[in-house]
Design a protein around this ligand. Structure first.
Ligand code: GLU
Length: 473
């Protein structure tokens, strides 16, 4: 069994640890675990008068369902093993939340903050055309999305490049998700991963017996939390945790350093402050830690630690100093496998990435469905529902002889907009999946943690798809 501190080894280790609980034949397990195709490319781009050779990847981990799906990351740390690990996680993640895709991931080895918009556009378009040439992108083949260092802007470039080559395809808009709303995107995609993270934490905190075991009260209200990373996922998890869950942000770690304030930091104020000053440091009332000490954020006193940036930040070295009782993996792979052992031995509740950050791909699925249907969610039924609810209000008024005022009427008889439906679908997905994992953990003797339960659940679902090939018993 592989078991090291590296990211890919960690994902393999989690798979191997779960495998015996599935009862599946070894050949089938081997097939599910393997990365089906790994495409590494080098392409030239002329930047600032010089030709630069760019290294990039697209990995399709599993085609048990089509298309394959997963983000594209822009980072200096991109390498083949990292993209393979991330692609494998996508397969398990999609299965976990019943999103009918195989797993994939892409990466371009650049520091996106070193390039201007024009240069990034050039790189993105060139990368996309490489994928088109290899038939590695398309609404029924492989559908990229944002990841670390990319966002809706990059997705719009990908879509536009795809359309330039394959404009005649009626479903071309489904070739990539995470697009801007006015370019065939879906409302709620941008916040989706962070919102899903909050729903997942809320679900975990709703079980009194689980909270009692780790010495916490039930519910999210009043729970203190620390965010490591204030990017898309971190900032939305934090805002929604604070605004909807009544959680108290006490610490933040970012590239420039870390801040801590036991009485609580208003996340909206902190984001405004960072936008204005370019840094979280010296935020009024908080203790600041310089860049070299930014990792202390992981060790701050709090109930919930949310690593929301990159993989392998919790290692065998700092694991024993982590004080949070709940570690909510908003990032992919933030805990190295050897560090996880230390945390589990210290009875920490780890809410695993394959479940917790699946909100992004869940809403990507909704976006893809919207693209295939060529219609905004809610268009057909909003007015109908509104009218039926209005009938109900009128009926109640007639029966009780009391009248409902205008604002009550507007609240009760409201037809669902696209954003309401997307959020509702996401919430349902995150609740159902949490209950599934917890159920597996409770029912299978020997499973002590949620990650193993999530892997067992995901691998069993994937195996069902492979069974249709007819070569396994
Ligand atoms: N990059 C995100 C993830 O790691 C989203 C993937 C997607 O929406 O396809 O889950």
């Amino acid at each position: 069994m592989s078991k090291k501190g590296g990211f890919y080894e960690s994902v393999e280790h989690y798979f191997d640890r779960a495998a015996p609980f599935t009862g599946l034949p070894q050949g089938l397990l081997d097939q599910i675990k393997a990365c089906n195709s790994v495409y590494r490319m080098n392409f030239p781009v002329k930047l600032r008068g010089e030709v630069k050779v760019i290294e990039a990847y697209r990995v399709q981990h599993s085609q048990h369902r089509s298309p394959t799906k997963g983000g594209i990351r822009y980072s200096n740390h991109v390498n083949q093993e990292e993209v393979m690990a991330l692609a494998a996680l996508m397969s398990y993640k999609c299965a976990m939340v019943d999103v009918p895709f195989g797993g994939a991931k892409g990466g371009i080895k650049i520091n996106p903050w070193e390039y201007n918009e024009e240069e990034l556009e050039k790189i993105t378009r060139r990368y996309t055309s490489e994928l088109i040439k290899r038939n590695m992108i398309g609404p029924s083949v492989d559908v990229p999305a944002p990841d670390y260092g990319t966002g809706s802007r990059e997705m719009a470039w990908i879509y536009d490049t795809y359309r330039a080559f394959r404009g005649e395809e009626i479903d071309a808009a489904g070739c990539v998700t995470g697009k801007p709303v006015n370019q065939n995107g879906v409302r709620g995609r941008e916040e989706a991963t962070g919102r899903g993270v909050y729903y997942g934490i809320r679900e975990a905190c709703n079980f009194p017996e689980d909270m009692k075991k780790i010495g916490l009260s039930t519910g999210t209200k009043g729970k203190t939390f620390v965010l490591q990373g204030l990017g898309n996922v971190g900032s939305f998890s934090g805002r929604i945790g604070q605004d909807e869950g009544g959680m108290i942000l006490v610490g933040v770690g970012e590239v420039e350093g870390a801040v801590y304030k036991a009485e609580g930091i208003d996340i909206h104020e902190l984001l405004k402050y960072r936008k204005a000053t370019g840094s979280i440091l010296n935020f009024p009332g908080a203790t600041s830690y310089p860049k070299e000490q930014r990792e202390v954020a992981l060790e701050f006193e709090c109930d919930v630690l949310i690593p929301a940036a990159l993989e392998s930040v919790i290692t065998i070295d700092n694991a024993k100093r982590i004080k949070a009782k709940i570690i909510a993996e908003a990032a992919n792979g933030p805990i190295a496998a050897d560090a996880e052992e230390v945390l589990l031995a210290a009875s920490k509740l780890i809410i695993p990435d394959v479940y917790l950050n699946a909100g992004g791909v869940t809403v990507s699925y909704f976006e893809w469905l919207k693209n295939l249907s060529h219609m905004r969610f809610g268009r057909m039924d909003k007015r109908f529902n509104q009218a039926r609810l209005m009938d109900m209000v009128n009926l109640v008024e007639r029966m009780t002889g009391r009248s409902v005022n205008d604002s009550e009427q507007a609240m009760i008889a409201r037809g669902a907009e696209e954003i309401d439906l997307v959020r509702s679908g996401l919430e349902e997905t995150m609740i159902t999946a949490y209950h599934q994992i917890r159920e597996v953990k409770m029912q299978r003797e020997g499973i002590e943690d949620l990650r193993t339960a999530a892997f067992v659940n995901a691998v069993l679902k994937i195996s069902n798809d492979y069974m249709s090939l007819g070569i396994w018993p």
